[in-house]
Design a protein around this ligand. Sequence first.
Ligand code: FE2
Ligand code: FE2
Length: 181
Amino acid sequence: VAAVDHLDEILLDHAHCEKKAAATAVKLIFLHQDRAEWMAPLSALAREELEHFEQVLAILQERGIAFERLSPSPYARRLHKHIRDKEPGRLIDGLLVASLIEARSCERMKLLAAALGDQPLGDFYRELLACEARHHTIYVDMAASVCGRDEAEARLAELAVQEAQVVARGPKLARLHAPFG
Ligand SMILES: [Fe+2]
Ligand SMILES: [Fe+2]
């Protein structure tokens, strides 16, 4: 994985990803207060992502990397273009896109963990993986509660094809959601 050659920038991007993941969950809490059953899982998710944010911030500090703004890759913006305009498609797709972003983070962390071997940072990514693997199912379950399991899974498969194309399209930046290698 060439990403390990740009670890400082990958780590900084990772910090921003955790911050955005927390914001996504909090935003959904504000938008869907009529769905009481979503509140606790979203709050727990936001808390977990903020914990990850703090963990990555500590690693940045250890390595002497300043936390600063970082221009995002076009990944999320391009992915959001595939969200349907009309409800309930908009809500369902928004949740499924959030799920795909989590799933991609998870896949990237797996690659990083493997490339880093038994270095402490490799252990850190292996720990995070377990959480991130759960996160994408939370969003799929939420989508299934809106439109049923079958429709949610079918739409997820369609959006997953788009997501793979978006990530492959690049550009090749040192970002968690850009082409690796
Ligand atoms: Fe996370
Ligand atoms: Fe996550």
